[in-house]
Design a protein around this ligand. Structure first.
Ligand code: IMP
Ligand code: MG
Length: 180
């Protein structure tokens, strides 16, 4: 796997430190609020599992799966909700967690659904990476780990064709691997 990586963008140690910082901030902000963390499958789960262990306030956990990506590296633009949260979110403070904010379509769509269809009182968002250069819809994340340049990245949950999710760092894939 490592041989498919051009360069490491965010090392394991930096991720760990930053995720702990985010967890501490979230814990302060949600003091006394009883938050429900909703993580997006599949890419958000590695970040999620580290993040929630840095959250010290009581919380519930649920999942949703919105997919717009096939095996390529660009969004189809069409976001489909394939798995819904399983618990009631009515009136709840939801923190939506995903791996990366790219065009913004996924977070915009899922946030709206959690509010309008599932009745969440509030939806805030937390992403490990923010690729602002690619934004197509006006959405900002409330908590961001790292701003990244406009390159396709893998690792720490992020995939290319469902591979590389288990790399412990964020790396840039060698372009010839997705060039065709
Ligand atoms: P958006 O809807 O365009 O913001 O896309 C968000 C989703 O696209 C994320 O949840 C990722 O699954 C995927 N994605 C966007 N950029 C990358 C990348 O650089 N590497 C891997 N997946 C990405
Ligand atoms: Mg993905």
């Amino acid at each position: 796997m490592d041989q498919d990586i051009d360069r490491v963008l965010v090392h394991e140690r930096r991720i760990r430190d930053r995720v702990a910082e985010l967890g501490a901030r979230i814990s302060r902000d949600y003091e006394g609020k009883d938050v429900t963390v909703v993580a997006l499958l599949k890419g958000g789960v590695v970040f999620l599992s580290d993040l929630i262990r840095s959250i010290s306030v009581p919380m519930h956990l649920d999942f949703a799966w919105a997919s717009s990506y096939g095996d390529g590296t660009t969004s189809s633009g069409n976001v489909a909700l394939r798995v819904m949260p399983d618990t009631s979110l009515r009136g709840r403070h939801v923190l939506l967690v995903d791996d990366i904010l790219d065009t913004g379509r996924t977070l915009a769509r899922v946030s709206a659904e959690l509010r309008d269809r599932f009745g969440a009182a509030e939806v805030k968002t937390c992403v490990l990476l923010d690729k602002a250069a690619r934004r197509e819809v006006d959405v900002r994340a409330d908590y961001v780990g790292f701003e990244v340049e406009n390159v396709f990245v893998v690792g720490y949950g992020l995939d290319f064709a469902d591979r590389y999710r288990n790399l412990p760092y964020i790396g840039v894939l060698k372009p010839h691997l997705y060039a065709n």
